[in-house]
Write a protein that binds this ligand. Sequence first.
Ligand code: HEC
Ligand code: HEC
Length: 300
Amino acid sequence: MRRPRHARPILPALLLTALLAALSPRSPAQAQAQTPPPDPDLLARGRYLGETVAFCGGCHHAFGPRMQPIAGMELAGGRVFAERGMRAVAPNITQDRETGIGDWTDAQIAAAIREGHRPDGSLIGPPMPVESYRGIADRDLAALVAWLRTVPPVRHAVAERSAYPFALSPHGGPVASVAPPEDTPVARGRYIAVNLAHCMDCHSAQLSEGRADPNGRGARGLVLEGPWGVVQAANLSSHPEHGIGRRTDEQVIAAITRGVAADGRPLAAPMGARAPVWAGMTPGDLGDVLAYLRSLPPQD
Ligand code: HEC
Ligand code: HEC
């Protein structure tokens, strides 16, 4: 059968329209509506990373006057960091479209976490640990984004903007694509302690501009001032006196998961308040963190 001549361009034209529609940038609303439900394993991984290992809420929850998280305001922002001469304010990272990041695409959220810039191109400053998060593997980053998408929207306008006494510089260097394999405990422990839980942002010698020195990991670190007074992050290197060289595995794990020092003293809030959260880390992850800490050369 011969097709009428005028019908010939119709099919290609329809295909072209469909193709253009598929390629054209979609509005976040459409993007969200059309996104299939995330793979349950990816979402579970993201929840574990976001709520436990990386504990984004430690900075992004809304807190009351005695630093108690306000119920119903999870990840709604507002915590002020008045340290190192800066006054940084944690933004609302719930799915609220106006006051949170509900309008951002997955790629924009991923770029904020791992590359440190917002959709408008502005840079994200400290203490958001972007330098550490640059090492987050692709799959773990996708998992975090999948989890953030499930965070209920909370309308909370964080009015104050961060003010830095120094110019923010773009974050450079490569970003990670894959995580170290399961059977490399020291490398996996480093990935958890350096990149995900950002332990070493506090537990490292500090460079003058308040950045952790990657060559000083494990040395006595960041000085933190707050309702708990002034406290300095402990030396976690294998130094026998200044570090944890003589501590038993149980003592080190108790500090991380119960917030108690080797002598039974409760550790100050920057560490103590996170311990109940880190108690939820898998025994495998805790073992890897321990293996990594044990590998740190002695530091004074
Ligand atoms: C040590 C504190 C801290 C931790 C931990 C932290 N953040 Fe942040 N984050 C901040 C601060 C402070 C800012 C704002 C910095 C600025 O104003 O430039 C920020 C900014 C952001 C932004 C940009 C939002 C906006 O509207 O500008 C996103 C997205 C974000 N963080 C996501 C996360 C996620 C996801 C995690 C956990 C994986 C996380 N953050 C962990 C402190 C933190
Ligand atoms: C926000 C900063 C901060 C982060 C992040 C942090 N710590 Fe700490 N940590 C501290 C401070 C401060 C102390 C000392 C508290 C005190 O002396 O009361 C401490 C103490 C410790 C101790 C006790 C050392 C000793 O002498 O007994 C261990 C072990 C430890 N941290 C491990 C970790 C690990 C592992 C992580 C990541 C999973 C981590 N910390 C993340 C600030 C931090």
